[in-house]
Design a protein around this ligand. Structure first.
Ligand code: NAG
Ligand code: NAG
Ligand code: NAG
Ligand code: NAG
Ligand code: NAG
Ligand code: NAG
Length: 699
């Protein structure tokens, strides 16, 4: 309510103070002054009391049909609760807005008389506008918040409490956890980077989307530069950058019945694009990394043949042999070398039989980088096509100068993906390689990061934030529907595969224990078509010598979209390792691929992830919120692998909800919720896979 000020127009009566005062003596004057001071103090204290103590600690700002937004004075936070105040969905600490010394006792709606909109101005800091949208059909209520700084030095920061709420989503990190509550991250730009080069950065899969187990989904506007920081177990903070344009911090918080309903609503809101599936043939064959330190094309070719003969000799079936970027370059230059040697009349030993390479299924690796020492780069400078590379003008109207960076230890320039000429040059190169090598799959590395921001240069408007990656993902889709990229951001509707970050070869959360959290993180954000890291981890580049870790990793990998290998199983010189490898490859092909194909269709239609966390079946059961060593494939199969070194048994949590669980090994059905089972023979031959056999019948 605005103040109604009483302006009394009646004339003030004439008072003749003069005469009376003259007759008062000094004692009286003193007494009256004291009284005046006393009254003043009492009034001041009264006002302070009324302002601070007597004011309610919280006041309702907006009310929906089941939830409402509250201002909590003492914690300086916005809280979304049920109207009955028996459940808190989310608590947003906005205490960093403005001067923490100034107490904001009561926030009064400046858009008054409007029940769905709230406006307020924090003195000389920011204006906030919150609007409420109620969707009765899906039973969700969304609060859209826009904080606009009132001058250009203001940095806005809103923090979401992680107390009592398990949070998921956001960005991948090295040592991913599920939920993300235990992660730490210093405040940094919310963009994808290559975790290999930047271990403390955000990587691989990243979306401006957070999901809380209380049934809350948060999406941040895609257009504003954003920073994110995480304080382990306490809160994560969204932060804007001070800017001349006074860019707002804008996000929407939706609350729903439970975490699954909130995610399903978010999936609808997050992307309006039609979804396309990549070529699912990729799922059938395991990937084998060609490991050899080669220095020439013919050597790569020879290694390829040797390797494929070995796969055959060990009866490991068909497979895709993947070449690193270095080997790809060597192999593609083979013609070049061959012609040169012929001219010099050298040996016939180099006789090419690339047709043999064509018979193999190979995957090659490309990147948008080009070495500054290559003839192609020099040629482009001579041709005047330097705008093919990310460049900056030397002066406001000056020449473009390509920006140099490092990639895999070499000085390089990076393809200007906004330049149509450069894009068709790249695609022509891919076409030429296709004709030459007949590769099945292409891995496109190096799209992460922002070349300009890394070098503290101001990027052109089209290439701010993660835009480079988005444009490169478009280029990747033009190369075919079985291209593999190394990150995912705003690209989950595109027909691409995403390679997961390389992991350490150990049992830690950076290694084996990180696989399931990372899988769930990717699929929650819509990246279902994953190429996981190689069995045993490939971060160090060394072969894994620990058989137990190899087998445990294989037991998980068999249930992932693709099995990939870095360490070949024959190095262990043990028949049973090879036998198991064959068995799991067969199991993947017979049981897992058909399931993925089935749920890929469901993903396309409804956006439900293929790989699901345990709360998918039982979204109100708090135990399921923190389970990070089990996952579901669709609503059918529960996978609970062993992730502890030396363990031969584990507990399995079977969510309640009227499901009947069937053990796939012995067809016994279970109704209990916690299985404590001895895990079969100690030769690591089994993983528990349990099917929900009667889910629909029991309803
Ligand atoms: C409240 O504000 C919104 C947005 O400006 C407007 O669409 C709506 O009609 C307003 N409602 C009332 C009751 O004035
Ligand atoms: C967390 O939950 C506990 C128990 O339900 C409750 O006592 C506590 O106040 C909650 N903490 C917050 C910050 O909501
Ligand atoms: C995060 O930081 C806190 C305090 O600095 C520390 O206690 C905790 O172990 C860290 N967590 C992780 C996962 O690094
Ligand atoms: C290559 O893959 C296809 C299936 O994608 C398969 O039919 C073919 O036999 C494979 N060839 C080799 C040499 O592995
Ligand atoms: C990329 O190419 C376009 C078109 O030639 C050019 O206008 C632009 O300046 C280039 N961008 C960068 C960052 O080099
Ligand atoms: C591996 O499999 C072969 C054939 O299936 C079998 O003869 C052999 O005993 C197995 N070896 C081990 C160690 O299990």
């Amino acid at each position: 309510m605005p103040h109604a000020r009483n302006r009394n127009p009646s004339p003030t009566p004439e008072v003749t103070w003069d005469t009376g005062l003259k007759e008062m003596n000094e004692t009286w004057k003193g007494a009256i002054a004291c009284l005046g001071v006393a009254i003043f103090f009492v009034m001041t204290i009264g006002i302070i009391y009324w302002q601070v103590v007597d004011q309610p600690n919280k006041n309702w700002i907006l009310r929906g049909t089941f939830s409402g937004l509250i201002w909590e004075r003492r914690t300086r936070s916005l809280v979304i609760q049920t109207l009955t105040e028996d459940k808190t969905f989310v608590e947003i600490d906005v205490g960093n807005v403005g001067n923490p010394e100034i107490e904001v006792s009561f926030v009064r709606n400046l858009c008054w008389l409007n029940k769905t909109e709230f406006c307020y101005t924090w003195d000389s800091v920011a204006e906030v506008k919150i609007s409420l949208e109620v969707d009765e059909e899906t039973e969700t209520e969304c609060y859209s918040m826009t904080w606009t700084p009132v001058h250009c030095h203001v940095e806005l920061k809103d923090c979401f409490s992680m107390t009592n709420v398990s949070w998921y989503g956001g960005a991948g990190v090295r040592g991913q956890t599920w939920p993300i509550n235990d992660q730490n991250a210093t405040t940094q730009p919310f963009t994808v980077s290559d975790l290999k080069d930047n271990p403390s950065g955000f990587g691989s899969a990243l979306e401006r989307y957070f999901l809380g187990s209380s049934g809350v989904a948060v999406f941040v506007s895609p257009d504003v530069p954003l920073q994110l920081g995480m304080d382990s177990r306490q809160q994560f903070c969204l932060q804007s950058l001070p800017s001349l344009e006074r860019l707002p911090l804008q996000y929407t918080v939706c609350v729903a019945r439970n975490v699954k309903a909130a995610h399903q609503e978010a999936a609808q809101q997050l992307s309006h694009h039609g979804r396309e599936l990549p070529n699912l043939d990729v799922l059938w064959l395991p990937f084998w990394k060609l490991l050899a330190y080669m220095d020439s094309g013919p050597k790569v070719e020879r290694e390829l043949r040797t390797f494929s003969n070995r796969l055959r000799r060990h009866q490991l079936g068909e497979g895709v042999i993947s070449l690193s970027e270095h080997s790809t370059t060597l192999l593609s230059d083979i013609d070049h070398d061959y012609l040169k040697s012929r001219k010099r009349g050298m040996t016939k030993r180099l006789t090419r039989d690339l047709p043999l390479v064509k018979l193999l299924n190979i995957s090659i690796t490309l990147s948008p980088f080009l070495g500054v020492d290559t003839t192609q780069f020099h040629a482009s400078l001579v041709d005047g096509t330097e705008a093919y590379w990310l460049s900056l003008p030397s002066a406001p109207q000056g020449h473009l100068i390509p920006v140099m960076s490092r990639w895999r230890g070499r000085f390089c320039v990076k393809l200007n993906v906004t330049n149509p000429g450069a894009v068709s040059w790249f695609l022509d190169r891919v076409g030429a390689l296709q004709a030459h090598l007949g590769m099945e799959y292409i891995m496109l590395e190096g799209g992460e990061g922002n070349l300009f921001e890394e070098q503290v240069l101001r990027p052109p408007q089209t290439l701010g934030g993660d835009n480079y990656f988005g444009l490169l993902a478009d280029l990747a889709t033009r190369m075919g529907d079985s291209t593999i990229v190394t990150a995912g951001t705003r690209s989950n509707h595109k027909p691409l595969f995403v390679r997961m970050t390389p992991m350490q070869s150990d049992w830690s959360p950076m290694g084996l224990k990180g696989i399931i959290p990372s899988l769930l993180h990717h699929t929650l954000l819509g990246y279902n078509f994953l190429i996981p890291d190689a069995v045993g981890g490939s971060l160090s580049g060394n072969l894994l010598t620990d058989e137990e870790l190899f087998i445990r990793w294989l037991e998980i990998a068999a249930f992932l979209p693709v099995i990939s290998f870095h360490t070949p199983p024959w190095i262990y010189n043990e028949d049973w390792v090879l036998n198991l490898t064959r068995a799991y490859i067969a199991k993947h092909q017979s049981d897992v691929v058909p399931l993925i194909e089935k749920y890929a269709e469901e993903w396309r239609a409804t956006r439900s992830p293929i790989y699901r966390p345990m709360w998918w079946l039982s979204p109100s059961d708090p135990v399921t919120f923190t389970i990070d060593d089990q996952f579901l494939i669709g609503d059918e199969v529960l996978v609970a692998p062993v992730v502890e070194k030396g363990a031969v048994q584990r507990d399995i949590y079977l969510p309640d909800g009227g499901f009947q669980w069937q053990d796939s090994q012995n067809a016994q059905t279970e109704r209990i919720t916690l299985l404590h089972m001895p895990l079969l023979n100690p030769d690591y031959t089994h993983v528990w896979i349990i099917a929900v056999s009667a889910m629909y019948i029991l309803r």
